[in-house]
Design a protein around this ligand. Structure first.
Ligand SMILES: [Zn+2]
Length: 162
């Protein structure tokens, strides 16, 4: 994804109040490799259970989403809806997002199961053992990356539409 500044991040939120935007703790952007990310997600260091994802829309515009981790965690290890990593390498939790606009003000939310610490981009880039000789590892990786971008962008678009 394109490199974003801290003001880009704060300006990108579609479902956060002015106060929530200014209160948000931001990640250390200098330490990030945006080339290796399909979206940027992080947990708030000040507010327990609050997290953010900034996801490029198909038109390239970054859509920032304020997420809240649901109290109920899945009882069994489960797959992330965005990266769909079948090896279940990390915890996956249920995040809810308030919809943008009037629907969100009325309390409507949409939820999704996502890697707790937003490890999706690393997961899709980690190749599995070659399942059979001649298996095209590069094409498979490109497919996983495209699927992650599609799934995260469609969630972001759902929140933005309100
Ligand atoms: Zn994931």
């Amino acid at each position: 994804m394109h490199t974003l500044s801290s003001s880009d991040l704060r300006a990108s939120f579609v479902n956060a109040s002015k106060k929530e935007r200014s209160d948000a703790s931001l990640p250390d952007l200098e330490a990030l490799d945006f080339d290796a990310l399909d979206y940027l997600g992080w947990r708030d260091t000040k507010f327990d259970g609050r997290a953010y994802a900034v996801i490029p829309a198909p038109d390239g515009e970054p859509i920032g989403i304020l997420l809240r981790q649901a109290d109920a965690t899945p009882r069994v290890r489960t797959q992330c809806s965005w990266c769909r990593d079948v090896r279940l390498p990390n915890d996956v939790v249920f995040y809810a997002a308030k919809l943008a606009g009037p629907a969100g003000k009325r309390g409507s939310t949409v939820g999704t199961l996502v890697c707790r610490d937003f490890q999706c981009s690393a997961n899709v880039r980690r190749d599995p053992p070659r399942p059979f000789p001649g298996y095209d590892m590069d094409a498979a990786r490109a497919d996983r990356i495209a699927a992650l971008r599609g799934a995260s962008a469609s969630f972001a678009d759902r929140v933005r539409r309100g």
